[in-house]
Design a protein around this ligand. Structure first.
Ligand SMILES: [Zn+2]
Length: 243
């Protein structure tokens, strides 16, 4: 019995390789179990901190850093393109990356439920190396007036599913496509949003996530929160434009 148990333990540990990366974390060694009996891996975070993370969290990609909050926005290699030399480009593309990562992986992000919460991920290449995202941006026509768009809104952030479009194109998509009939009236989504005093972007996200009235029209503070405390509003929330 003891041997059998040991075998299972090894099998679980072996699903993670020493040196394997999960976001900012690099697996260093098996480091025991936590109080609930879950297997822990000692990981070193790119920020230098050591963290002990359960193997299930690593494998499920639930934890991608030691917890250094909003690191995606602050810790960037310079934008590789020599064409865009003014500081704003560096900041902007980095913020697009940061906002994308946050939507998919940071549970406290206001929009997490519409992205990470629905299983939308960032491809491993981009997720683990922001420079590969910057390189893709350069080779796929990124410019400072464009925002990232997923062709299939249920698909992941990955080269095949992403393109750069203008903000105007993005709002036009949203405005034209979605009409909704409720209690005998047909209005476009942004008009419903105005009527119910809800942010149009939030409304569009909700709709795309399959929400139906009356829940679709509820103000944020009346929506029962499944798993999270109210996140603090921060500068990040304003980066929504990059969907
Ligand atoms: Zn860290």
């Amino acid at each position: 019995m003891a041997n059998h148990h040991l075998f299972l333990l090894n099998a679980t540990i072996n699903r993670i390789k020493k040196g394997e990366r999960f976001g900012r974390l690099t697996a260093v060694k098996f480091s025991g179990r936590n109080n609930s009996g879950n297997i822990l891996w000692e990981c070193i975070c790119d920020c230098g901190k050591i963290a002990h993370i359960t193997s299930s969290s690593l494998l499920a990609e639930n934890q991608l850093s030691c917890g250094c909050i909003r690191w995606y926005l602050y810790d960037f290699a310079p934008h590789p393109s020599p064409r865009k030399t003014h500081g704003r480009s560096k900041t902007r593309i980095a913020r697009i990356y940061g906002a994308m990562m946050e939507r998919c992986y940071r549970k406290k992000n206001d929009n997490f439920q519409y992205y990470g919460g629905r299983g939308i991920k960032v491809c491993k290449e981009w997720r683990d190396d922001n420079k590969s995202f910057f390189n893709w941006a350069d080779s796929s026509g990124y410019a400072d007036n464009l925002t990232i768009d997923r062709k299939d809104t249920n698909g992941n952030y990955e080269p095949e599913n992403c393109r750069w479009i203008t903000q105007a194109e993005q709002s036009r998509n949203t405005r034209n496509v979605i009409f909704l009939t409720h209690e005998g009236r047909t209005l476009c989504l942004s008009e419903w949003a105005r009527e119910f005093g809800i942010d149009p972007t939030t409304m569009a996200h909700r709709f795309r996530s399959g929400w139906k009235p009356p829940r679709l029209f509820l103000p944020k503070n009346q929506i029962k929160r499944e798993c999270k405390p109210r996140p603090k509003r921060s500068a990040l929330v304003r980066l929504r434009s990059a969907t």
